[in-house]
Design a protein around this ligand. Structure first.
Ligand code: PAP
Length: 348
């Protein structure tokens, strides 16, 4: 009986490729840990495991353990953290462009002899996603390769604050956290999941099923409210270490956010750049949804890992949820966000 149970929770042969978990690549430490964790079913009956209050696939847990065990943070490192679909791609493009603006002109037409890396690489290739690296050390070295002094290294993860490596918390490494209105976050993740399924010729997940799991917190890195709150609290406690941003803020006051980001990353705009006034505008233009999504490298046929680059660009708007939510869905998510977030000062 016990054998039958364990077979059914690990046998994912009914699932499409993106949900498959290759257990052969899990370390013994990871397998031992997973064996002690509560397990539930996410959409499509994919097993997820609760580690320190958050839900993860096996692959996520392995990635987090690798990060915890093998990453030694430098004081000058900058770690971008997001909840999935909060605007990671955009934040990576912006921070990379801000940080490297002396080497790569944010207006690429001015320096065709020195093409901007965003013209030839997805933002996901330029800023390593640490818990999804095949070779973490190589990825970290790559992150340092854009500056002659190998610093600062710009890295990204989706790890909840409690699970970050100790060295991130103890060192001077700064964190930029980006969150997004949960309704748009949900629509974006549901559409993304279905895009991957469609590409594989699989049946799609209904909005009702996906919404149920999202509200229960049974999604990778969920529940979203605890993920956001963890960083929100830290940003209030240590604003010099954790910068807390929202996707909506980036949309409504982009110039101010870009200047603050530069300042926070230790490369604030000089007086000349301020006087010029076009630097922030050039950065925003290069990293805009229209510009990035129209670049050849982000068109079909180019991919990051096994995901087509264009899957990271859908509409890029605030309030798209209104096109998908029923009255009941609005009510239900409002109650959750009031109860879990607004009570703690985080309003959307
Ligand atoms: P990830 O977690 O898989 O990395 P992420 O980049 O966080 O995805 O989120 C993708 C969302 O950001 C998409 O939102 P949508 O589904 O509501 O459209 C995507 O369109 C949006 N996005 C990507 N690039 C930009 C950009 N340059 N400006 C604004 N939004 C963007």
């Amino acid at each position: 009986m016990a054998e039958e149970k364990s077979k059914s929770s690990s046998d994912l042969s009914h699932l499409p490729k993106h949900f498959h978990e290759d257990e052969e690549h899990l370390s013994q430490e990871c397998k031992n840990l997973i064996a002690t964790l509560p397990t539930e079913m996410a959409v499509m009956n994919v097993p997820i495991h609760q580690y320190n209050g958050f839900w993860f696939s096996k692959k996520h847990i392995q990635g987090i353990l690798n990060f915890q065990n093998h990453y030694q943070s430098h004081d000058s490192d900058i770690l971008l953290v997001t909840f999935p679909k909060a605007g990671t791609t955009w934040l990576k493009a912006l921070t990379f462009t801000i940080l490297n603006r002396k080497t790569y002109d944010p207006k690429p037409t001015r320096t065709p002899q020195n093409p901007h890396p965003l013209l030839t690489s997805s933002p996901h290739d330029l800023v390593p996603f640490v818990e999804y690296c095949d070779d973490l050390q190589k990825a970290i070295a790559y992150a340092g390769s854009f500056s002659s002094s190998s610093s600062p290294r710009l890295l990204q993860c989706q790890v909840p604050y409690v699970l970050l490596p100790e060295s991130v918390k103890q060192s001077g490494c700064n964190i930029v956290y980006l969150c997004r209105n949960p309704k748009d976050l949900f629509v974006s993740s549901w559409k993304f999941m279905n895009k991957l399924l469609e590409a594989e010729g699989q049946g799609l997940v209904s909005i009702e099923d996906a919404f149920e799991k999202f509200c229960e917190g049974l999604v990778g890195y969920g529940p979203f409210w605890d993920h956001m709150l963890g960083y929100h609290k830290e940003s209030l406690k240590s604003p010099e270490k954790v910068m807390f941003l929202r996707y909506e803020q980036l949309k409504s006051e982009p110039v101010r956010v870009v200047k603050n980001l530069a300042e926070f990353m230790g490369c604030g705009f000089s007086q000349e750049e301020e006087k010029d006034g076009n630097v922030a505008a050039d950065i925003l233009e290069l990293c805009s949804f229209e510009s990035l999504s129209n670049m050849e490298v982000n068109k079909p046929g180019n991919s990051w890992r096994n995901i087509e680059n264009n899957a990271f660009f859908r509409r890029g708007e605030v309030g798209d949820w209104k096109n998908f939510f029923t009255f009941d869905m609005v009510q239900r998510l409002n109650v959750i966000t009031e109860e879990k977030l607004e009570k703690h000062g985080l309003k959307f």
